[in-house]
Design a protein around this ligand. Sequence first.
Ligand SMILES: [Zn+2]
Length: 465
Amino acid sequence: MKPAAQRLSRIRCARALTPEGWCEHCVIQVDASGRITAVVKDDSLSVDLSLTGTVIPGLPNLHSHAHQRAIAGLTEHKLAGYDDFWGWRELMYRANARLGPDELQAVARYLYSQMLQSGYTAVAEFHYLHHDPAGNRYADPAELSARLLEAASEAGIAITLLPVLYCRGGFNGQAVQGVQQRFFCLPEHYLELVQACALHCADDPNRAFGFAAHSLRAVAPEVLTRTLQDAGDLASGVPVHIHVAEQRKEVLECQALNGRTPIAWLHEACPVDENWCLVHATHADPNELRAIVKSDATVGLCPTTEANLGDGIFPTEQFMIDGGHFGIGSDSQICTAPTEELKLLEYTQRLTLQRRTVLVKDDEGSVGRSLVEFALAGGSRAMGKATCGLVAGARADFLELDNSQVDLAALSPDQVLDSWIFAGQGIAVHNVIVGGRHVVVDGVHSLLEVAARPFQQVVATLNEA
Ligand SMILES: [Zn+2]
């Protein structure tokens, strides 16, 4: 199931967002490996494609659990009694127990096609479903990792695969239970898994790998540090992700058992640096915000999931003022559109602070553009990408917004971004290019329709009983 994605070498843009600002009538030149070689203003060049809308760099999705797409929308039924993140987790665990390799690939293939059609061009897959439903290793321990990579290649999205270390069932070191057996990895088996993933990613410019620990609940910090040391060169310069402070309950439990909160403990005991992505730093206090900025790590925010699960609100404005890096992720896949994540990210700050236009990094300017630039820069760091955006050396990942509607004709490029994120206004993602390949054409991903049926079958199975 391969998309017929054409490789483009020259694309003319009516207007494109570059690191220097909006550039009109430029040509993006792409080499055979899918990297940008130059962005030039030259009206005489022949091109493969002309984009008349507003072109912006593709947005990285820095935190995804593909398998959770299968239950998005199936956990909104209230049962009597108290409901919170932990109740949702039980439902998610129940669904996990029924997903095998074919089902996972079917869900991921559909999901990644949807992400592309919404404007994400790369995904960091935080992958902890390692073993079969009984908790036994597959003949190939990297079976499910390989299926995710294959699904990404089928859809045409770039992927950073992050196999997840999961060693224990809680802060006090209890054993994993039930479905958690599917996640469990001894550090030595985990390193074999990462090694296998690295081989699967070699020589493919759309694939990368990194390390991840599920959380300090699931991995003691000294075990995480030792595992990274034991990895040697394999861990050099690659991303390291962790769920860090999503739920107040886990923060309090960690404080009670270890005398410090997870973010503080992580910074004390692990080599946190610019390669790290702290996902859901939701309950960071001011000192912890400063510690994260000092370590130069990126914070991964997933506003629609954090809202859906009742997690809390990250103090993004203060983190921005402190100079922090952050990006967005779709996490539980309750939403697969970057616009919704960015809008909710800004709105949660407005609701908390009772002010408008909060997340603008230079104190004045377009909120939409600022949000896009934060998501691009922070997301790229989290993906392990040294160069990003429409610039020589970066992978040619970009999208065109269709702003041809009559009522949008008078908008400036910044206003198009503001309207795309905050007002909809019928602005659609019209064309998407990943690594120079044209994967969404005139608003349609060619694989989405074919991928829908197997996806529906998986959901129907999960929804039985
Ligand atoms: Zn997550």
